[in-house]
Design a protein around this ligand. Sequence first.
Ligand code: GDP
Ligand code: MG
Length: 416
Amino acid sequence: MDFGKLIRDAISKLSGKVIDESSIRSLVKDIQKALLMADVNVNIVRDISKRIEERALKEKPLPGMTMNEHVAKIVYDELVNIMGKGRTLDLKKQKIMLCGLYGSGKTSTVGKLARYFMKRGLTVSAICCDTSRPAAYEQLKQISEKVGFEFYGEKNLDSWKIVENGLKKVKGDVVIVDTSGRSALDKELIEELKKVNDYLNPDERILVVSADIGQIAKKQAEEFNNAIGITGIIVTKMDGSGKGGGAISSCAATGSKILFIGTGEKMDDLEEFNPEKYVGRLLGIPDFESLIKKMKEVGVEKKEMKGELDIETFYDQLKSMKKMGPLRSIAQSIGLIDLPKELIEESEENMKKYESIILSMTKEERKNPELVLKNNKRIDRISMGSGVKREDEKENERERRGYKNYRRTSGGDTRK
Ligand code: GDP
Ligand code: MG
């Protein structure tokens, strides 16, 4: 089960409930379950639970926010908080050393990083000094040919010597060095990495870890940091693992900054890590902050439309909705998560239709829709002006085309 969905479900369970100690406690329980399943460390889970519980019960919602949105926002904030801080690499001439255990994604990440810098106007050279795996040389060489950066490697030579020789030859602004791995960090590897580090004198020593190791990432981050002093972490395979949250939060707990996440096998599948964006996406709310801000800016009022349909008010609301962005995000912000795509699309279509109908109505007609209902000429004029066909015309057309189970919808019916 996907971590984001578990959390989204936990939040949506709140809708319609009174926010009190018992509903918050059950929310927190659900969130704990989700976090533990994503392999987030129990201490982190305990801390975040406490904070969510305290804040949800103590803090008052901001004006214009419902209690549900308020709680969702707290959960979001606290998740962002445990995912630490991102950091971006400087776009400058520099030397970068990648390290990590076997299969963590080092060699692929060399290629991805190269593409990242090249897209930003820097030239890149890579040096292969992974001497532990026979195929390492060919693998990186192939990637360099595909992505188009300079490659340097030598076989049957100590890795620090390869670095020494390579540095004299390569010309890229950014020099990225791929190093040997192991199945665990042992003395021998530590020695090797230290020597490579001495010969290279890199600006960045980046640890590459795979998301699927979950909270074990903490141990790796600590060990590599003690051995050579890491300057940042890249978490790969975020696409294929439900443990990404565990890996990221446990790296964050060591105080190391996460630079990128790997999101696939292709060379473009590298994203700068941004905790807000990551958590937002988990929760299905791509941009929670800006959505809340927008809701306040446009001053969406939640008052029910009562009594007669006032078309001007309806139109104002339509316009406010449009200003807030795609319907999907609006729906998500009020807890309607995982709505079927078709429903969203149909509703968006309807909104467009309503708007063009209203725009084709005169002021007088908007004030007094009765005028339209009783007058076929007015209906035809509005239908022409808005491009929205009358319901009876549509029916004829559908019959002509042989639609059998035509479902009558209210959308676009100007005679209502
Ligand atoms: P290394 O041993 O640390 O150099 O790891 P590699 O770069 O050779 O990667 C090991 C495997 O993981 C390869 O099959 C890669 O294609 C794959 N891989 C690396 N990064 C990612 C990622 O972000 N997502 C996915 N799905 N696969 C990845
Ligand atoms: Mg490799």
